[in-house]
Ligand binder design. Structure first.
Ligand code: DHB
Ligand code: MG
Length: 604
């Protein structure tokens, strides 16, 4: 299907919005009136700029407070409409959105509304323009899509149809099934927006919290299914009023937006019997494990010291790059001292995802607009497909020593070593703080590009703000990535990242880490007093935790014990012991941990 986006969904000037929409691959735009009014470009210039970018102007909007008013007022409304139709002729836009009136002058009279909309459509016809009537969820007398349609039907004019907006329909709890009763050709336009489920005033909800399909709680695919069954053939257009997107860079938002439409089409196709024009990206290839985490560092000594104290051994070195492989059990950490490190300091730069079909995983990622990274490799290296995730972390699709597939480990030459204490068995999870405006984008990206499932988002108090976290995982938990946003508990204010390592005995692992000279994050005594109040422990157990800085959590499925290393650059490690079926991440303990991390920063 053709895809379109309302300029109100993006930040910046009209030119920036149009450029971003075109670069992300949209076919058209809805021009929001305020964006035009504020633009120094003439309507003719906007028209040619849009055409040069390969975009059509699919809608001009909104026209407000038109219908069901006293005759003298309607005469003034028609005069206003004539002006706008002239403007639309200059713009080359042939469809205008009229939203249901919120005016105190409007009366509750469907026949009057239909009659006046019919006269508006008559005028529009002279200009070759179509009028799409949309029910705002807070419209004074018309607030549901079926009511708007009844009025359009009664008006019975070829230049008058309805505009459906998923937000207004679903926010009011209307049953979208009735959409199928509207003839497809009379649905002149379809606007799509999702929103988090919240109990609040619907106008505020709409104007501030809309998000792209798949980022909120509405069943947009279900709604689109009804619209497709009705026979709609127009564009799928995103109209998202969102305070964060307004302030974010238009280019990344536009890509996030178009990815949401691809994923929505993919989800809707199977709901329909007939073949449709909906996009069908290549199927997801879900990763089956974490092959490695790659750190970059300009200063290898402290990183090597922490890895060594954690029980890792440097087992191999890349044949052509300054990259070491440190290993313990199935946990593999690459330490890269190449050029990126001088730019970024110590950071988690890349994740290797074990993939059943790395090439197919890369094709899926590319189809869903993940930036493909150039393969910078020496001749003998294994071909590794990689894409960049929204926060810049590189994701490699790889195979580790699997028959028939080139293994990334082949690029490394063994280094003499004689120990593998196996205190750490594998990487339990990776936690990546996202840029503040890319949290929803990151969740949708990991879910759609990688085929991971997103868990509920959790809010955690941080002494300097709020930390929000949402995990994306595969079915067996062998890939867990915790996406977060919040104030940075790092020295230079960089976005914190951490590697959580699974161990079967966190007390032993913590003790040995300390004996080897490692420093664990100190946890306040008050925390342990509270633990004593909440749970009963065996004799001496709590004292052991207190002495080492081990945190404890329990839920209906099992227990969780964990502790943290000091932070190097943006990165720290966590040792975690999961028992029973505990699937969380110790959110209960996160406020104490975050406060402790802030507390050890210089000057606190
Ligand atoms: O919030 C509004 O006023 C508004 C305007 C136009 C729309 O299409 C819409 O859905 C909402
Ligand atoms: Mg709308």
């Amino acid at each position: 299907m053709r895809t379109s986006i309302a300029t109100v969904s993006l930040g910046g000037s009209l030119t920036e919005k149009l450029t971003a929409a075109a670069r992300a691959g949209f076919d058209g735009v809805e021009i929001f009136e305020n964006d035009l009014l504020a633009s120094p470009l003439t309507p003719e210039e906007i028209r040619s700029r849009t055409a040069d970018l390969g975009l059509s102007i699919d809608l001009y909007q909104p026209m407000r407070d038109i219908e069901a008013v006293p005759e003298d007022q309607f005469a003034r409304n028609l005069r206003r409409a004539r002006h706008k139709f002239e403007l639309m002729r200059r713009l080359g836009a042939d469809t205008v959105l009229v939203c249901s009136s919120v005016s105190p002058l409007a009366v509750d009279d469907d026949a009057l509304a239909a009659g006046q909309l019919r006269r508006l459509a008559d005028l529009a016809q002279d200009f070759g323009i179509r009028v799409a009537y949309e029910a705002l969820a807070w419209g004074r007398h018309v607030s549901t899509y079926d009511h708007a349609w009844r009025i359009v039907e009664a008006a019975d004019h070829p230049c008058l149809g309805t505009c459906l907006d998923s937000f207004h329909i679903l926010a009011r709890g209307s049953d979208p099934k009735g959409i199928e009763d509207i003839p497809g050709q009379k649905i002149f336009f379809l606007q799509l927006a999702d929103a988090p489920l919240m109990a609040m005033d619907v106008l505020q909800w709409s104007r501030h919290y809309r998000c792209f399909p798949g980022q909120g709680g509405f069943d947009i695919a279900g709604l689109l299914g009804h619209v497709m069954r009705a026979g709609y053939e127009g564009p799928l257009s995103l109209e998202v009023f969102n305070d964060v997107f307004r302030q974010a860079e238009a280019g990344t938002t536009a890509v996030d937006a178009r990815r949401s439409l691809l994923v929505l089409q993919e989800a809707t196709g199977p709901l329909l019997q007939e073949p449709t024009a909906l996009a069908t990206p290549p199927a997801p290839v879900v990763p089956t494990g974490v092959a490695f985490a790659e750190l970059v560092t300009p200063d290898v000594a402290p990183v090597a010291a922490v890895l060594d104290a954690l029980g890792f051994t440097r087992t191999a070195r890349h044949r052509s790059k300054p990259v070491d492989l440190w290993q313990q059990g199935e946990a593999r950490v690459l330490v890269n001292t190449g050029p990126a490190a001088r730019r970024d300091g110590t950071a988690l730069a890349a994740i290797g995802l074990e993939s059943p079909d790395p090439a197919a995983a890369a094709r899926r990622a590319e189809a869903l607009l993940a930036p493909v990274l150039p393969r910078r490799r020496a001749l003998e290296d294994a071909p590794l497909d990689a894409v960049s995730s929204p926060d810049g972390t590189e994701l490699f699709f790889c195979a580790t020593d699997r028959p028939g597939l080139p293994s990334w480990t082949g690029d490394f030459g063994q280094v003499e070593h004689d120990r593998d204490p196996r205190r750490v068995t594998r990487i339990d999870h990776l936690a990546l703080t996202q840029p503040w405006h890319q949290f929803d984008e990151a969740a949708l990206f990991h879910r759609s590009v990688l085929g991971l499932s997103a868990q509920e988002s959790v809010d955690v108090a941080d002494p300097y703000g709020l930390h929000r976290s949402r995990a994306v995982t595969n079915a067996d938990g062998s890939v867990r990535i915790a996406l977060g946003v919040g104030p940075a508990p790092t020295d230079e204010g960089g976005r914190a990242q951490h590697i959580a390592l699974a161990t079967q005995d966190v007390v032993d692992a913590a003790r040995r880490f300390r004996e080897a000279g490692g420093r664990l994050l100190p946890i306040p005594a008050n925390y342990y007093d509270d633990l004593a109040a909440r749970y009963e422990f065996a004799d001496g157990e709590l004292e052991t935790y207190r002495g080492l800085g081990i945190l404890y959590d329990r839920d209906q499925d099992g227990e969780f014990r964990h502790c943290y290393t000091e932070t190097i650059g943006r990165v720290f490690f966590e040792l975690v012991q999961r028992d029973g079926g505990y699937r969380g991440y110790g959110a209960q303990n996160a406020p104490v941990r975050l406060a402790a991390q802030h507390a050890v920063r210089p000057g606190r």
